[in-house]
Design a protein around this ligand. Structure first.
Ligand SMILES: [Zn+2]
Length: 76
């Protein structure tokens, strides 16, 4: 490995949504240096506004679909 950036820590069960306390699947880094955590529900709800302010969004919602029995994709 050369001088690549350190990978982000994976979100875990101890990472909780700032809004409702559910397990977080989205980590949003803010320009000021802080970060916000959102569950899948609130990630979707705030996604548009987050994209405007975030310097980086770590989206691990794909982990959800591998755990739950999500129905087949909405569009084929
Ligand atoms: Zn939430």
């Amino acid at each position: 490995m050369s001088t690549t950036l350190a990978p982000h820590a994976t979100l875990t069960a101890s990472d909780r949504c700032d809004r409702c306390g559910a397990q977080a699947y989205l980590r949003v880094r803010l320009p000021a240096g802080g970060e916000l955590l959102f569950c899948a529900h609130h990630a979707k709800q705030h996604e548009d506004s987050l994209k405007k302010v975030a310097v980086e969004i770590q989206d691990e919602r794909n982990k959800l679909t591998s755990i739950t029995n999500a129905p087949p994709s909405e569009e084929r």
